[in-house]
Design a protein around this ligand. Structure first.
Ligand code: ADP
Ligand code: MG
Length: 223
């Protein structure tokens, strides 16, 4: 049995009167690909945000790589996000006035020091070696998401958190992004991916299904 990289222990999160997560418990092993599924409003993004140190649980604990994320101060959380987590969001969140390579270098800068050659290498890895100096507005949605992938990977994160990363992409670009995620999984990365798609869910090692903030099922996919 491999050590758990992620331990979610009895996490609840309330926003005012809304219970976004209700006593959720599970573990993720290093190298696993987990799909988080469930209807809109079931707590998927809240869970990803808590694991990524973007939000804190109301009760319970999220332990990632031995760190109890909810107890970290703001400065420690900034370090935690820069060093341990690679984020990929549905809406990309690239800085609009920075080029592709500068967007990746910004993540390096937050981590340690910017290195243009290394940033360019990361973009080449996602097939964008010829788009280094394009602005986000000069790139297609699929290309923008690949810049976000290069940015997420540049600091060798322990954990990749992807919240509906193909939600805004057409079929062809969805396949390109999924192929990159498959390759990351094959090379040993740990991935938590939120998706509505049953097809994408079946690519993962296990599916976690949420409804009304509760964990309903954990299904192991047969491969
Ligand atoms: P999902 O990602 O599965 O669609 P979310 O985690 O975004 O669901 O939201 C779960 C529930 O928590 C929803 O009812 C949503 O309206 C509520 N919620 C999420 N974030 C906030 C917030 N910052 N303030 C108030 N309510 C929120
Ligand atoms: Mg969501």
């Amino acid at each position: 049995m491999m050590a758990a990289l992620v331990q979610v222990e009895d996490i609840s999160k309330t926003f005012g009167g809304v219970r976004a997560l209700d006593r959720v418990t599970f573990e993720v092993c290093s190298g696993e690909w987990i799909a988080i599924m469930g209807p809109s409003g079931s707590g998927k993004t809240t869970l990803i945000n808590i694991l990524g140190g973007l939000d804190r649980p109301t009760s319970g604990r999220a332990i990632v790589d031995g760190l109890n994320v909810g107890t970290l101060g703001e400065r420690e959380l900034t370090r935690y996000r820069a060093e341990k987590i690679g984020f990929i969001f549905q809406h990309f969140y690239l800085v609009p006035y920075l080029s592709a390579v500068e967007n990746v270098m910004l993540a390096q800068y937050f981590h340690s020091i910017a290195d243009e050659a290394e940033a360019a290498g990361s973009l080449a890895r996602v097939g964008l070696g010829d788009r280094l100096h394009h602005l986000p507005s000069q790139l297609s949605g699929g290309e923008q998401q690949r810049v976000a992938l290069a940015r997420a990977l540049i600091n060798h994160p322990k954990l990749i958190l992807a919240d509906e990363p193909t939600g805004n992409l057409d079929e062809a670009n969805e396949q390109i992004v999924l192929e990159i995620l498959r390759e990351l999984h094959r090379s040993g990365h740990t991935i938590l991916l939120v998706t509505h798609s049953g097809e994408i869910g079946r690519m993962a090692d296990r599916r976690i299904e949420l409804a009304h903030g509760r964990l309903m099922h954990i299904v192991a996919n047969v491969t």
